[in-house]
Design a protein around this ligand. Structure first.
Ligand SMILES: Nc1ncnc2c1ncn2[C@@H]1O[C@H](COP(=O)(O)OP(=O)(O)OP(=O)(O)O)[C@@H](O)[C@H]1O
Length: 882
């Protein structure tokens, strides 16, 4: 599909679509541009040693590949390096040739055909941590075969301290997240015994000491070792400690040492994976999270039918870390029956089995099917030894296209240096790991850089912050080149956002982008800090960009002489989470603020949700003529890779249910990172105290906590894994906590938009995630508001009575004041929810049930004034404080 440009609607009123682009921009639309992105782009920039895409020139003498990913360049295939590995880490990818010229040439020497030659061996070990230190992002499409990579690319690698002979593309990561990823495949299919493709390989290193999450989807259409009756689907390896060596033999796909790995293995011949046959001690975990309660653990034993049975001892792989030290057999290899991978087109394992069974002629052509990634709409052009280079090119393109179709990336093919962005900013971007733009950035940046007002709607986690920071920096650069009429140094850009943590996050991101711009400064003005301290900072440090929450900014305007004068030079106003800033809670403040700003300015509004009424009132800030850039269009407003569930259960079971959901998630996902949203600050406090009492690894953030504490917890949660954040809506919008695996929302969110934003804390940057909404039966009406979202019902699991007792014990130990405050907050929250607050009698009944469920003897009393305000004074069940 040809890429479609974004829908840009100009004007204040109706959303007209660009006549040339009659459809709104959707992820589908832009996805196609990703395809081209990975085709032929290379960034070998040594600025900051970063690159995330590359060109692949085709060369002659393309020969089969062997790839080794290892910690040490001295490491041998299939062997574990158990030395310190601290400094001498590396990732080495040995290969014969890199297919990276525009046209493949016929090989000079035909590749040797070997029987029983494993497609590859890969070792990922401790010293690969050097990669996490020195580089962060490696992406692009690798074509690997033996031989040296182009020198530039090698330099790149070496400049980052990685000693390797492979092609490694990397860029420096942002913050603590170090990430490298690649897609590579050996397109060289002439030697079928070595014909293998790696697809969508991803490695995420989050931290030197901590985690590797390695997510490999690979296929081996001509696997010499694994029985062709079996194919691997959606392989995932979770290694929770880098210090442990992990050796993974890709012939058998067995790590020799691991903490946790899971994958699906599908018997392609006998329809079902049979754990009672004689495949030996092969453990397989189903990764199907929906059926978490039915997590399958399958043990396999040696395949009796394997022709290479006799070799299994010598070829087998030792699995360390398992007390039994099992040896894995080598499975048979039938060279003559392997031709190509044309039968790998199915997704569901049963379907795969069924089809392969019925297609006797291809049944031995085992390919590792790729679960949902393996959905093929077109039949793949069979791979064969091709004399004609154009034919080969076709084959390669077919495979590449297929791979890219499967890829749901947020990145576009455009690069920042193609836009009118200062080279110093591009340098900083590259160092931060931003080389290609996200689709949102591509769709939006031109309009913003041209000085137009814009209202931008884009899904959560798609890079909106950089989208407005780049024009902000350009604005400052332009302004600094002109002489200001003001005597005081003007503030050029004002960024408003709803929460303090978000303001700090935006300022931090701005500082990253400003790394090479001397003399340009950013300051935050947020509540919860000392006003005097703000003043001191404003006076002592130059700053052209202010990131602020509305309340504190107004304080400065009203109380600090000279501040509003500085604002008179404002060139650009940005509202992040614009719909929230324009809704009732903030509107008055925004109106006041806008009155203090010059009319001649550029205004940019960003959010993942833009309800109709917000478009209407956006006139408060925007000029009459503005661009409405909707990158969601008619598509799903949430990330399609985030699975969404709802669970309806009596209110008094909610704590126990959440405890159950957390426990099962922790047991399934070793590197879990969960956010639990509660309706109010005091409910957050109650849930936090309860789970802490139950010895769970929890943290809390809500508005009642001191700002220093909030900042500390927020920073900690950004950096770490295996932790649960219990929070109120202060974390709902904009917060970019990397790698959140699950979001639980307990109780109805204030509205549909808030649900979407909370859910958006997981599945960021196009990753996968999971969201569960826990509702009481009387809250179910909310499902109507989100009925267009792909929600699935999660049946109420059986709750262990012992955990109930444990919970009651924990509740008993808790401070009564916490429970009382939670009761008051509960009442206040649901009283303000129109659908529930209307019927006061029922509301109080429900509140009192809640009070009982948290172990209060009787419902806490209310101040008469509060009860009056809430319209609850004479409602039966309400106790008034004397
Ligand atoms: N061009 C890029 N290349 C790589 N990563 C990027 C790029 N742009 C942004 N990112 C990363 O994407 C992540 C999400 O970005 P950001 O926080 O700006 O999302 P957002 O769209 O503002 O989300 P939300 O709607 O929740 O506020 C961040 O980790 C950011 O570093």
């Amino acid at each position: 599909m040809a890429p479609k440009p974004p829908a840009i609607v100009t004007g204040s009123g109706k959303a007209k679509l660009n006549s040339e682009n009659p459809q709104p921009l959707t992820i589908n639309v832009t996805r196609s541009s990703t395809r081209s992105s990975s085709k032929a782009k290379t960034n070998t920039s040594d600025d900051g040693g970063a690159s995330s895409s590359m060109a692949f020139k085709k060369k002659s003498n393309v020969e089969p590949t062997t790839a080794i990913v290892t910690q040490s360049s001295t490491r041998q295939r299939g062997k574990t390096n158990t030395d310190g590995g601290d400094a001498s880490s590396s990732i080495a990818i040995r290969s014969k040739e890199i297919l990276n010229s525009p046209k493949f040439k016929k090989p000079k020497t035909p590749p040797k055909k070997k029987a029983n030659v494993g497609p590859t061996a890969a070792i990922v070990t401790r010293s690969s941590t050097i990669v996490t230190r020195s580089s962060a992002r490696i992406s692009g499409q690798l074509r690997i075969s033996e031989g040296k990579p182009p020198s530039k690319q090698t330099e790149n690698v070496q400049s980052s301290g990685v000693r390797t002979r492979g092609m490694i593309y990397h860029a420096k990561g942002k913050g603590g997240l170090n990430k490298w990823q690649w897609n590579f495949r050996d397109a060289r299919s002439s030697d079928m015994s070595r014909n293998y493709n790696f697809e969508k390989a991803r490695h995420f290193w989050t931290n030197f000491r901590n985690n590797i999450v390695e997510n490999l989807n690979f296929r081996d259409p001509r696997s010499s070792d694994v029985s062709r009756n079996y194919s691997f689907q959606r392989a995932r390896h979770y290694c929770s400690n880098v210090r442990n060596d992990i050796v993974e033999n890709w012939r058998t796909r067995m790590p020799t040492y691991f903490l946790m790995f899971e994958w699906k293995m599908v018997n392609t011949e006998n329809r079902t994976v049979n754990n009672s046959n004689s495949l030996s001690k092969y453990r397989c975990y189903s990764t199907d999270r929906r059926n978490r309660d039915r997590l399958r653990k399958l043990d396999f034993t040696k395949n009796e039918s394997s022709t290479s049975e006799g070799k299994s001892n010598s070829e087998g792989l030792v699995v360390k870390g398992d007390e039994r030290k099992s040896r894995w057999p080598r499975f048979r290899h039938n060279l003559e029956e392997s031709t190509d991978d044309e039968d790998d087109e199915d997704t569901e394992e049963d379907v795969v089995d069924e089809e392969r069974r019925s297609r006797g002629s291809v049944k031995m052509m085992s390919n590792a099917a790729l679960g949902k990634y393996d959905v093929k709409t077109e039949k793949r052009v069979p791979l064969k030894f091709v004399e004609d280079e154009d034919d080969l090119l076709l084959h390669v393109e077919a495979i590449r296209k297929e791979g890219e179709d499967e890829k749901e990336s947020i990145l576009s093919s455009k690069r920042f240096d193609e836009y009118d962005v200062s080279p110093l900013t591009v340098k900083a971007l590259t160092e931060a790991g931003y080389v290609q733009m996200t689709k949102v950035q591509e769709a939006t940046l031109s309009a913003c850089l041209e000085g137009k007002d814009a209202l931008v709607k884009a899904r959560t986690g798609t890079g909106k912050s950089a989208t407005f920071l780049l024009p902000a920096i350009e604005t400052v650069l332009k302004a600094s080149s002109k002489k200001s009429a003001l005597r005081v140094s003007p503030i050029d850009v004002l960024i408003l956002c709803p929460t303090r943590e978000l303001a700090s996050q935006i300022a931090a991101e701005a500082n990253v982008l400003l790394k090479y711009h001397e003399g340009i400064g950013v300051q935050t003005l947020v509540g919860g800090t000392r006003f005097k301290e703000d003043q001191r900072r404003l006076e002592s440090n130059p700053c052209q960009i202010i990131v602020a929450t509305p309340g504190r900014l107004l304080d400065h305007i009203e109380n600090k002489s000279g501040f509003s004068t500085r604002l008179m030079g404002l060139k650009m106003l940005i509202l992040d989470e614009a719909d929230h800033l324009l809704d009732l809670g903030f509107r008055k403040d925004i109106e006041k603020l806008v009155d203090c700003l010059p009319r001649r300015r550029q205004s940019l509004l960003f959010s993942a949700t833009v309800p109709k009424e917000v478009r209407r009132i956006s006139q408060l800030v925007l000029r009459k003529e503005y661009d409405y850039v909707d990158t969601v269009g008619l598509a799903l407003e949430t990330n399609p890779k985030v699975k969404q569930f709802y669970l309806v259960a009596p209110h008094e079971q909610h704590f126990q249910l959440v405890h159950h959901l957390l426990s099962s998630h922790i047991s399934e996902v070793p590197d879990y990172k969960v956010i639990v949203f509660c309706t109010t600050a005091m409910m957050t406090s109650l849930m936090f105290s309860l789970f802490r009492e139950m010895k769970m690894n929890v943290r809390e953030i809500h508005s009642r906590k001191p700002q220093l504490y909030r900042t500390r917890i927020s920073d900690e949660f950004k950096e770490t894994k295996r932790v649960i954040l219990i929070t109120s809506d202060v974390s709902a919008r904009g917060m970019n906590y990397p790698d959140v695996t699950l979001v639980i929302q307990v109780g109805i969110p204030v509205d549909r938009e808030q649900y979407i934003h909370r859910l958006g804390r997981t599945g960021r940057e196009g990753k996968e995630g999971e969201g569960i909404l826990v509702l009481a039966p009387w809250e179910q009406y909310f499902l109507d508001d989100i009925k267009d979202l792909p929600m699935e019902n999660w049946p109420v699991p059986h709750l262990d009575p012992r955990s109930k007792v444990k919970m009651e014990d924990a509740l008993e130990k808790m401070d009564t004041s916490v429970k009382e405050a939670a009761y008051h907050a509960w009442l206040g929250y649901y009283n303000s929810v129109r659908e529930i607050g209307r019927d006061k009698t029922t509301l109080v009944e429900l509140a009192n049930q809640f009070s009982e469920s948290i172990g209060l003897q009787k419902p806490p009393s209310l101040f008469r004034r509060t009860a009056l305000k809430m319209g609850l004074k004479d409602i039966p069940g309400i106790r008034i404080r004397k």
